[in-house]
Design a protein around this ligand. Structure first.
Ligand code: NZQ
Ligand code: ZN
Length: 387
């Protein structure tokens, strides 16, 4: 096991009707800005619950944060934060709202550059202050509710990039599985696939004898395999929603990634697909991951065999057959969830691959993966094989 420091300071309020506890989590005299997306939280009553919990407090709203939140929209919220002297941000929505709010929190008082996009160019390393924030999560997927990362898109330049800062980690996250009942099937599926791939990015590398991390990861994968399809088939099954929601949080709160090598190349190749073609985040992962696993079979051999046996119960055939079967089963699972795994399924013929590679180069993504050996040439093969 590698050395690690693990600090997971987000307080989790999990379960039925926990939104009612919001008032106690935010200082009584705070000037609060609630941020939200395109309106799902109005339709499903979540925003009303939030207002009820914050009755009598200083509260204003900023709506309209889009999926794959844009710099352009978020800078408008930054203006509101400055004008209204907001000192607490409450994100109410999915990963895009939470990520966008992290950017607002950092950009509101950013001194390293007059251009807040500098935050992305320096991956958050020059953030020295941020408005404190918390969140009410409505879509289990990204893990953003209890981590320090965010992914932001700049429309004008076609960039989708990430940044990290401990200063934007939510102080608390309210996770009420009931609020996920209103999710359309496509977003339920996206969430399950995203959480599954987050787990694999931290698990399918090479062994470092990290038994706890491995078995936690396998537990998350098995839970998502079992309850992902059930979330689609039984949309109001509370236990199923609770297990999916907690899996997604645990998949990216730092726990399973502590002390183990991590890959993340699937995500980096996927972000370029979203930036260029507007695909949902999870759709890009479903396209890239199976292709990447086939390309990196040799380097990931030991963990792929462990994955085949412990997650898929594959014990017959030789090593190569079991590895191939595990990769095929992974792609079938995504398909079964309703997330296709080929570019062609999204009307992409591969003609944009040179442009995607150029964007990877521009973003410094030229040595990816746990061995930093996914060069642009390797990325090209991964994209080509995913057509
Ligand atoms: O905008 P509204 O109207 O709220 O609708 C949203 C949106 O259209 C809807 N939705 C959310 N909760 C709902 C609901 N509809 C009905 N009922 C509910 N309870 O779902 C749609 C998608 O929402 P979005 O927030 O975009 O989805 P997700 O949570 O998958 O977030 C995706 C973003 O997170 C980034 C992705 O790149 C992408 O930009 N990621 C963030 C990470 C992180 N911070 O750690 C890691 C991930 O790998 C990922 O990259
Ligand atoms: Zn993801």
């Amino acid at each position: 096991m590698q050395n690690f420091i693990l600090h997971t300071p987000t307080k989790i309020l999990f379960g039925k009707d926990q939104i009612a506890e919001l008032g106690q989590q935010i200082p009584a005299d705070a000037r609060i800005l609630i941020t939200y997306g395109g309106g799902s939280v109005k339709k499903n009553g979540v925003l009303d619950q939030v207002h009820a919990a914050l009755q009598g407090r200083s509260v204003s709203e900023f709506g309209g944060i889009e999926p794959n939140p844009t710099f352009e929209t978020l800078m408008k919220a930054v203006d509101v934060v400055r004008a209204e002297k907001i000192d607490f941000l409450l994100a109410v929505g999915g990963g895009s709202v939470v990520d966008g709010t992290k950017f607002i929190a950092a950009a509101a008082d950013y001194s390293a550059s007059p251009d807040a996009w500098h935050i992305m160019q320096t991956v958050g390393s020059e953030i020295t202050r941020a408005v404190p924030m918390g969140c009410v999560l409505t879509l289990p997927a990204t893990g953003s509710e209890s981590n320090s990362g965010a992914v932001i898109t700049r429309k004008s330049s076609g960039d989708k990039q990430h940044f990290f800062s401990p200063l934007v980690q939510p102080q608390f996250a309210v996770l009420d599985p009931q609020v996920t009942y209103s999710l359309p099937p496509r977003q339920i599926a996206n969430g399950v696939v995203d959480a599954f791939v987050h787990t694999l990015e931290q698990y399918l590398t090479y062994p470092v004898d990290a038994k706890v991390q491995d078995r936690f990861a396998e537990g998350l994968l098995l839970t998502l395999l079992e309850d992902g399809p059930r979330a689609l088939a039984e949309p109001e099954n509370y236990a199923v929603r609770a297990n999916v929601m907690w899996s997604a949080t645990m998949a990216l709160n730092g726990l399973i990634g502590a002390g183990v090598p991590q890959d993340w190349a699937t995500h980096m190749l996927g972000h370029e697909l979203t930036a260029m073609h507007g695909l949902d985040h999870a759709q890009t992962l479903a396209i890239v991951l199976p292709s990447l696993l086939r390309e990196k079979k040799a380097q990931k051999r030991d963990k792929l065999l462990q994955y085949a046996e412990r997650v898929w119960g594959l014990r017959d055939g030789d090593d190569d057959q079991r590895i191939d079967a595990a990769i095929a089963a992974t792609a079938e699972f995504f398909e079964k969830m309703g997330v296709p795994t080929r570019m062609a399924d999204y009307q992409l013929d591969g003609s944009s691959i040179p442009a995607l590679l150029e964007k990877l180069r521009e973003h410094g993504m030229t040595a990816l993966g746990e061995h930093q050996d996914i060069t642009l040439e390797v990325s090209e093969r991964i994209y080509q094989a995913a057509r």
